[in-house]
Structures are given as structure tokens and as C-alpha cells.
Design a protein around this ligand. Structure first.
Ligand code: HEC
Length: 113
């Protein structure tokens, strides 16, 4: 009887872990997003960057989570949409995850940009 309860508990733990993994997979990778953001967006979106036209630095902290959602839903209206279109859907999802998960009003705001 004791053994049986033990295996049921194990099975439940296993199930919870698998669900967690599936949920994590459907989101982007924030660490990779940070790297991609620096590589593909920083050149224009930082103060004093070469060829800087934007002038104000962009970081996760410059917007709220809701604003980042709006930006990514409507990026085709942005002046820099050409830069976005060079990236794959997966890369954009990673960048979104980084910006969104560390936004100004997120549970874990970015500490530095
Ligand atoms: C070739 C230079 C360039 C690159 C690369 C670039 N942008 Fe932009 N971006 C601009 C310019 C110019 C504007 C329009 C000026 C403005 O609105 O501040 C702009 C506007 C924006 C805006 C709207 C303005 C704001 O502050 O809300 C967002 C958001 C943005 N870019 C995000 C990104 C992200 C994310 C990336 C990387 C995937 C990126 N940009 C890559 C030049 C660039």
C-alpha cells in the first residue's frame, strides 16, 4: 500500500514537471533575447551610438509589459520595421520575452540595460 502511494506521488510530480516544461517551451528565451536585442537593436537604440538617430536609449525598462505587447503586435508600423523583418519569428519571440519579462512594471525589472 505504501509503495503504491509512493508511485502515485512520483507520477504526479512527473506530470507537474512535464507541464512546466511545455509551458516554458512555448515562451521565448529571455537570455537569448537579451543577446539578440544587444546585437540587433542596440546599434540604433542607444545614446550616442554610431549613426544614432533615435537619441533615447531603449531598454526593457522604457516600457510597461502592456506597451511591449502593443509594440510587438504592431511592429509593422514602426520606422525600423526593416530591421525587424530581417529576424526570424523565433528571434523576435526571444527579444519580446526579454523586453516583456523585465519591463518597468514586471515582477523582475531589468537591473541594467
Ligand atoms: C537601423 C536602425 C534601427 C534598428 C536596427 C532598430 N531600430 Fe527601432 N527605431 C529606429 C528609428 C529611427 C525609430 C524611429 C524614431 C523613434 O521613434 O524614436 C525607431 C523606433 C522604434 C520604436 C518606437 C519608438 C519607441 O521608443 O517606442 C521601438 C519600440 C523600436 N524602434 C524598437 C526596436 C527593436 C526592438 C529593435 C530590434 C529588433 C529595433 N528597434 C531596431 C531605428 C532602428
Amino acid at each position: 500500500m505504501k509503495q503504491r502511494i509512493g508511485s502515485i506521488v512520483l507520477a504526479i510530480i512527473f506530470l507537474i514537471c512535464s507541464i512546466g516544461l511545455v509551458l516554458a517551451e512555448s515562451k521565448g528565451n529571455a537570455r537569448k533575447g537579451k543577446y539578440l536585442f544587444r546585437k540587433h537593436c542596440r546599434a540604433c537604440h542607444s545614446e550616442g551610438a554610431a549613426g544614432d538617430r533615435v537619441g533615447k536609449p531603449l531598454s526593457p525598462l522604457t516600457k510597461t509589459q502592456a506597451d511591449w505587447k502593443k509594440v510587438f503586435d504592431g511592429y509593422k508600423d514602426l520606422e525600423c520595421k526593416d530591421a525587424w523583418e530581417k529576424l526570424s519569428e523565433k528571434d523576435l519571440l526571444d527579444i519580446f520575452t526579454y523586453l516583456h519579462d523585465h519591463a518597468y512594471d514586471s515582477p523582475s525589472p531589468a537591473k541594467c540595460s
